[in-house]
Design a protein around this ligand. Structure first.
Ligand SMILES: [Zn+2]
Length: 133
């Protein structure tokens, strides 16, 4: 299996918001290219404004998530980082982290954040069949 690098959720959402802003600016720029076709220009401008507004909403959302995130010191790089949910990755060194003792030593899986999947996984550990189905 290829080794995947998981990035921290907060970082992921942050890059998503950044991409949205650039998309918005790009839309408005494309709109300018259609100066002669007014309706097309307006459509691109509206799309641009929607993207920018949406990214602001996402940034606010990150702010709220950060408040709920658990601040910890990464055991790998010893820098302070924040964890969202049951499993997450360090913001600095991408070290995978878990708050759940039962999951320690298990292959990192983002699906552990889902309650149903977590239950299933724990059941498998109990039955000693966590390696293969
Ligand atoms: Zn780290």
């Amino acid at each position: 299996m290829p080794r995947l690098v998981y990035s921290s959720k907060i970082n992921k959402i942050r890059s998503f918001a950044l991409i949205l802003i650039f998309t918005g600016i790009l839309f408005m720029y494309i709109g300018l290219l259609f100066k002669n076709t007014e309706w097309l220009m307006i459509i691109f401008f509206i799309l641009g404004v929607i993207s920018v507004v949406f990214s602001v909403v996402v940034y606010l959302w990150i702010g709220m998530l950060s408040l709920r995130a658990v601040p910890i010191i990464c055991p790998s790089c010893e820098k302070p980082t924040k964890m969202l949910g049951r499993v997450d990755a360090c913001m600095h060194c991408k070290q995978t982290l878990t708050l759940d003792k039962d999951l320690e030593g298990l292959e990192f899986d983002e699906r552990f954040n889902k309650k149903s999947y977590l239950k299933e996984a724990k059941q498998k550990i109990k039955n000693g069949t966590s390696k293969n189905e």
